[in-house]
Write a protein that binds this ligand. Structure first.
Ligand code: CAA
Length: 388
């Protein structure tokens, strides 16, 4: 029996800021964002959107034809949590009407925790092959205005349904791991925006990838030549290209730029338009790869590198299941991105003032979105979601 990803889908926000707008305001050549970072737009949440509404919207897409009684576990991965105690997944559980006979928990380790959720969920499915595990990765990436990280903000959620005999991807058991205690990116409890040592974080990412690849090889993983493509965590899409160049150089598989592009660029179509979505970003890249690779991927092997600053890295692999094309939603996904409302810089600045009341009062939130789920109010320090 195989275990892996039975279905996967993303959701993102109501608004998007074209990076040309930011470049113009900041007096920066837009080539730095479009070419240097590989980013065109970044998704920006409306005041009535957050990790819960995005997570519920993504999960709704993969649960459409699923018997909900089979879903007994929901693992919610995020680094932009909305409560220090209650798991965001419990709100999603309620919004989706999942069975009370289920467990829900939130996981954290920067952008890495969705991969921990996938590995934990696969172990659960292996133990109970009739059950399905729902993994939700949902994040809003926020840096200080004017900081080097500002053009790499973004927001999205990915829902991943894990099962036995999956219809999309068989995740292989070998995994390469690397953990090291470093300060490349972090967000102390008193801040709602992350702090980052940008250039250092890139170097730590490179080192983590090489070390995780080496461990993957030591654990009996497939040789480099057996992979058709690689989905990497994408804080900005150019990072995936740079990381692949660095890895191939480090392990003596020097590729020319056409070969690098063929193995990486199909993973970047959606993240170029969404921006960094932290835990979700690797899996948005995976969806892009499946939907935009020019070749038939049936039975081909894909490498996945998950990186969470601080820092944990994991390299693992999966093979594509025959018939996978029937589960893809390329047109729907492009339409979802096209349907976002493009905003100017002034509107972007107004949206920075997102609702975070501390007075314990009643704060209804005006409706800006048209999606099925919205944050309707924050009353008495409680978040009130509605489904419509
Ligand atoms: N046309 C084309 N390219 C241009 C250009 C132009 N006019 N101007 C500059 N560039 C290129 C630069 O040459 C550079 O490319 P190379 O690295 O290939 O040389 C690229 O644009 C970026 O320029 P800088 O390095 O000067 O940019 P910066 O220092 O202002 O910021 C950054 C880059 C450090 C990544 C910053 O965006 C940042 O701090 N981002 C947040 C941290 C981050 O994403 N780190 C990634 C690893 S950590 C991680 O992955 C976890 C996570 O999710 C945060």
């Amino acid at each position: 029996m195989h275990y892996g990803i039975d279905d996967i889908a993303f959701s993102t926000t109501h608004y998007a800021l074209p990076l040309s707008e930011l470049a113009q305001i900041q007096g920066i050549d837009v080539g730095k964002f479009h070419v240097g970072l590989g980013q065109e737009e970044m998704s920006i949440p409306a005041h009535d959107e957050d990790i819960v509404t995005m997570g519920a919207a993504a999960a709704k897409r993969v649960l459409k034809d699923v018997d909900l009684s089979e879903v007994r576990t929901v693992l919610f991965a995020t680094e932009s949590g909305i409560d220090q105690s209650k798991a965001a997944g419990v709100y999603v559980h309620g919004l989706l009407g999942l069975p009370t006979t289920s467990r829900v928990v939130e996981l954290k380790q920067a952008c890495y925790s969705a991969t921990a959720a996938v590995q934990l969920g696969l172990a659960m499915v292996q133990r109970h092959p009739k059950q399905k595990v729902l993994v939700i990765a949902s994040d809003v990436a926020r840096y200080d205005l004017g900081s080097s990280g500002e053009p790499t903000q973004g927001a999205a959620a990915v829902a991943i349904l894990l099962s036995a005999n999956p219809r999309l991807l068989r995740v292989e058991p070998e995994s390469g791991l690397h953990t090291t205690d470093v300060m490349d990116f972090w967000r102390p409890n008193h801040r709602n925006r992350a702090l980052v040592d940008g250039q250092y974080s890139i170097r730590v990412y490179f080192d983590s990838l090489t070390a995780a690849w080496q461990d993957y090889q030591e654990q009996g993983g497939a040789p480099f030549a057996d992979f058709i493509g690689f989905s990497y965590h994408q804080p900005f899409t150019r990072m995936a290209v740079k990381a692949h160049q660095n890895l191939t150089r480090a392990i003596g598989h020097k590729l020319d730029s056409d070969q690098i592009n063929a193995q990486i660029l199909p993973t970047t179509n959606y993240n170029r338009r969404i921006g960094n979505s932290y835990t979700a970003s690797l899996y948005v890249g995976l969806i892009s790869l499946l939907e935009n690779h020019p070749e038939d991927l049936t039975d081909k092997r894909i490498g996945l590198f998950s990186y969470g600053s601080g820092a944990v890295g994991e390299f693992f692999s999966a093979t594509v299941v025959p018939g996978y094309q029937e589960l893809l939603r390329k047109d729907e996904n492009i339409a979802l991105l096209d349907s976002r409302e493009l905003i100017d810089h002034e509107t972007y600045l107004k949206l920075q003032d997102y609702p975070e009341p501390t007075d314990g009062g009643e704060h209804p939130i005006a409706s800006a979105t048209q999606g099925e789920f919205r944050l309707a109010a924050i009353n008495n320090d409680q978040r009130i979601y509605e489904s419509r």
